[in-house]
Design a protein around this ligand. Structure first.
Ligand code: APR
Ligand code: PHB
Length: 389
């Protein structure tokens, strides 16, 4: 089989890239190791920057997003007896849209299928060959048979646990990592959100986040120990802990109910450099991971896809290679700003096991400064709504 771009991974990065390429007449094949049902069963963050919204519009996949997504002009930050608001739209002219990543992925699948685009599900043993040559190819097994996909380029969109990053030789790759000493216990409940906007809370008992998917589907998180397991937490225990970590007036209006999903995610900052090796390009979680505090995972995958799509379009339309040659540097410049913001916001909002009394005083001073300083509000808003591509 032959294609122009072999895309490994049928998550948001791979699907968005495939759809954008297709819209510009560039052929691709998506290789996904799981089933479509499995991919759509993943519960992930749901805050979209305008840059991602524009890409979904360019991909022709933004209709439901605009119909069902919720425009958020700001967010709430709580600590001690304080709760204050960052007004994104007043400070930057830009809101964010709350729309589940699962729904965005569903929209991309629907567009791919409607366009007759090729997606190979349940592939196994994917391997990239000749990435450092002008004629790479990918091999994989499916339904017990071996397959070969010849291509011009390979897009590694296979996430943190994929094989694409591992294809880049160790003497070429440089990796940067910070592992956080806690996790996030998250639940999904068919209850009305506690507030119209998200609430990020720093409490003496740890971080909490009140989010949502729609007017009757709420998403809540509490910071938890890395030794915790979801089954260690009954729904009642979760709700009681959440109520102790958010402001009393918000806790008083919290509507609780049975969890329909409960999971624990570890937190990590991670970047691999470079994001290109020969004709292999890494996108999204394959190249970088952020703690979810700043909701930057999907949105940074989006800017990777934007840069790569632009570079590949230029190559196929004019033969120019400056777009693909500058891809890694351009993507990493924005990735590191998202890494910084995600690390900073995580440091501001969580309680760390090794925090000294001095550290705690500094954290409160940081929160006081953010609450009372207009420049700090603007910096927070600029980063949260998304820095320019
Ligand atoms: N072969 C084929 N497919 C693979 C392989 C492999 N060897 N390894 C992983 N995959 C698939 C996974 O099953 C998954 O569907 O690649 C896809 C990668 O998707 P994501 O992990 O969602 O990564 P990405 O598409 O970059 O999206 C980033 O997802 O994880 C969140 O927080 C992250 O919001 C961010 C977004
Ligand atoms: C979510 O709704 O899942 C969500 C929102 C904002 C975040 C992280 C997760 O920062």
């Amino acid at each position: 089989m032959k294609t122009q771009v072999a895309i490994i991974g049928g998550g948001p990065s791979g699907l968005l890239l495939a759809q954008l390429l297709l819209r510009h007449g560039i052929d691709s094949v998506v290789l996904e190791r799981k089933t479509k049902k499995y991919v759509l069963g993943r519960i992930r963050a749901g805050v979209l920057e305008q840059g991602l919204v524009r890409l979904m519009e360019e991909a022709g996949c933004a209709e439901r997003l605009h119909a069902e997504g919720h425009v958020h002009d700001g967010t709430l930050i709580a600590y001690g007896d304080e709760m204050f608001r960052i007004d994104f739209t007043a400070l930057t002219g830009t809101p964010v849209i709350v729309y589940g990543q699962t729904e965005l992925t569903r929209d991309l699948y629907a567009a791919r299928e409607a366009a007759g685009g090729s997606i190979e599900f349940e592939v196994e043993d994917v391997a990239i060959h000749g990435a450092d040559t002008d004629a790479p190819h990918v091999t994989y097994r499916k339904d017990g048979s071996d397959h070969r996909l010849d291509c011009d380029f390979v897009a590694g969109c296979d996430g943190f646990h994929g094989i694409s990053r591992q294809t880049i030789p160790l003497d070429v790759r440089r990796e940067y990592e910070k592992v956080y000493p806690f996790g996030w216990l998250g639940i999904l409940s068919e209850t009305p959100p506690v507030n119209e906007e998200l609430i990020y809370a720093n409490s003496p008992r740890g971080f909490a986040l009140c989010s949502m998917r729609n007017e009757n589907l709420s998403r809540y998180y509490i910071q938890c120990s890395l030794s915790d397991k979801p089954e260690d937490w009954t729904d009642d225990a979760f709700w009681q802990e959440l109520e102790r970590r958010i402001p009393a007036d918000q806790a008083a209006r919290l509507v609780t109910g049975p969890s329909i999903e409960k999971s624990i995610a570890p937190l990590r900052s991670f970047v691999t450099e470079p994001m290109r090796w020969g004709r292999l390009f890494l996108c999204g979680d394959a190249a970088h991971i952020v703690p979810p505090t700043g909701a930057k995972g999907l949105n940074t995958a989006a800017s990777d896809v934007h840069y790569l799509n632009s570079g590949l379009r230029a190559f196929y339309e004019t033969g120019a290679t400056d777009g693909i040659d500058s891809y890694s540097a351009r993507a990493l410049a924005r990735v590191w700003k998202a890494e910084r913001f995600s690390w900073w916001f995580s440091s501001l909002m969580h309680r760390y096991p090794d925090q000294s009394d001095f550290d705690l005083k500094i954290q409160v001073a940081d929160l006081d400064f953010l609450r009372t300083n207009e420049a700090a509000h603007k910096a927070m808003a600029e980063n949260y709504v998304g820095l320019p591509y």
